[in-house]
Design a protein around this ligand. Sequence first.
Ligand code: 5GP
Ligand code: ZN
Length: 113
Amino acid sequence: MDCLFCKIIKGEIPAKLIYRDDYVVAFDDINPQAPHHKLIVPLKHIDTLNALHIEDNELIGHMMQTAKMLAKNLNIDEEGYRVVMNCNAGAGQTVFHIHLHLLGGRQMIWPPG
Ligand code: 5GP
Ligand code: ZN
């Protein structure tokens, strides 16, 4: 499968990995939108949030727990951070392997663009 994030997971494309376990990897976004911008990516390939199954509930929960843990490690948990998942092109999704964006280190605005 020609998927950028599957290639990063397999080590075929380099990335600055900051975390890995049996279910997810996390690495620096190549085009950071904040002083801290990490991507939390499941090892399992799922195209979009629309393709999520009930059986993936634990995985999604684990992704959120990973975001929380990384935010604490990055020391942005108290000041605040944002966790985002874009679904499909209209929301800005460009890589069709689900991922959470973890953004922090600056004041966030609402609504997002
Ligand atoms: P999306 O737009 O799908 O929500 O998020 C995809 C993210 O992947 C973007 O923020 C983009 O900067 C990042 N990205 C795209 N290509 C690469 C890459 O080769 N390496 C890394 N580390 N991030 C990438
Ligand atoms: Zn993939």
